[in-house]
Design a protein around this ligand. Structure first.
Ligand code: FO1
Length: 320
């Protein structure tokens, strides 16, 4: 079975670990979000691609869901000693090697998709990881600028990591998306897929950003295969992260049903909500999306595998 998964960072990566356990013989292609990318110290950092690669490759810092296990921060400390910022983004020594090689290859003229393939040769994630585009897309968030009574756009990572999403987001802008095109292999993978899955990733800054690449949404909607998503919102609150902040920016309520309707029945054939949101199944079905209530807390790999099995079962149901 050929499965295509649109993945962001931590939630997407943890779901993928369950999907691999649930469908060990499946051919899985992951279309990774690159809107979180940030350029620091002359290096290109791709947080969501790296979280998928490290998580599935066994190098992830499990508790954080980002960065490497057994990490040290000597380079970071030395940069701070020189007074060179930013100091709020925790780049570790092992992680720096990934960004040095990525930047070296891009400078040599390799597209991000080729770089990602080269980095994955070491990590063997057991899926094909393709960035959503080889073009530069960086999500920015519009916040209040109290200093001049106006507003300003900050990089997503500054909003998310330095500001802890503690101030209202007035808009989320995937800068560069309009000029971007799907990376090589992305549209082909969607066209050959038996099923497309939206894991419990951030519906705005992760899956939303991937869908903002021209042609992506249409390719998925027109692929004629079941598209099934899993709600990242459980009991009207995001399971992790601060998805509610960016959902508000795009005028979407933080409920499992609202997220499903945000994606729309033109895109989604099926939607899984957690058992605590079982009362919203009817509302989702009225929107033209088949819906089931199942446990959606990814407490461990087996829990994620159960979720993946439920998503594949719903995909089978909606295609019959
Ligand atoms: N997230 C944090 O909350 N704090 C950090 O210091 C941090 C550093 C970091 C370094 C490399 C990397 O690949 C990811 C990192 N993240 C950090 C996570 C990053 O903000 C992700 O983009 C988000 O968690 C959303 O996926």
């Amino acid at each position: 079975m050929r499965i295509v998964v649109l993945a962001g960072g931590i939630g997407g990566a943890r779901f993928l670990r369950g999907l691999k356990a649930a469908a060990p013989d499946a051919d899985i292609t992951v279309i990774g979000n690159t809107g979180d990318d940030i350029h620091l110290f002359g290096l290109k950092v791709c947080p969501d691609l790296d979280t998928v690669m490290y998580t599935l490759g066994g190098g992830i810092h499990e508790g954080q869901g980002w960065g490497r296990a057994d990490e040290t921060f000597t380079v970071k400390e030395e940069l701070a000693a020189y007074g060179v910022g930013p100091d709020w983004f925790g780049l570790g020594d092992r992680d720096f090697a990934t960004h040095i090689i990525r930047t070296q290859m891009i400078t040599a003229g390799y597209p991000l998709s080729a770089v990602t393939e080269a980095l994955c040769a070491r990590w063997q994630p057991g899926v094909r990881l393709i960035p959503m585009t080889d073009d530069r897309v960086e999500t920015h968030v519009v916040i209040d600028a109290p200093e001049d009574g106006g507003r300003k756009a900050v990089h997503f990572q500054e909003y998310w990591v330095r500001l802890h999403a503690s101030v209202p987001a007035h808009a989320v802008l995937p800068v560069g998306a309009e000029q971007s095109k799907p990376a090589p292999g992305v549209l082909e993978a969607i066209g050959e897929a038996d099923v497309v899955l939206f894991p419990p990733s951030n519906p705005v800054v992760s899956i939303g950003t991937i869908l903002a690449v021209p042609g992506m949404r249409e390719a998925i909607a027109d692929a004629g295969v079941p598209v099934v998503g899993l709600s990242p919102i459980v009991g009207n609150a995001p399971v992790r992260g601060m998805a509610d902040k960016v959902l508000a920016a795009v005028g979407v309520e933080s409920t499992a049903a609202a997220v499903a309707k945000h994606y729309g029945s033109g895109l989604l054939d099926g939607w899984l909500v957690d058992t605590v949101d079982a009362a919203t199944v009817g509302e989702v079905e009225e929107a033209g999306i088949n819906c089931r209530a199942v446990p959606l807390m990814m407490t461990d790999i087996e829990a994620a595998a159960r979720m993946a099995r439920e998503a594949l079962a719903l995909a089978k149901e909606v295609s019959s």
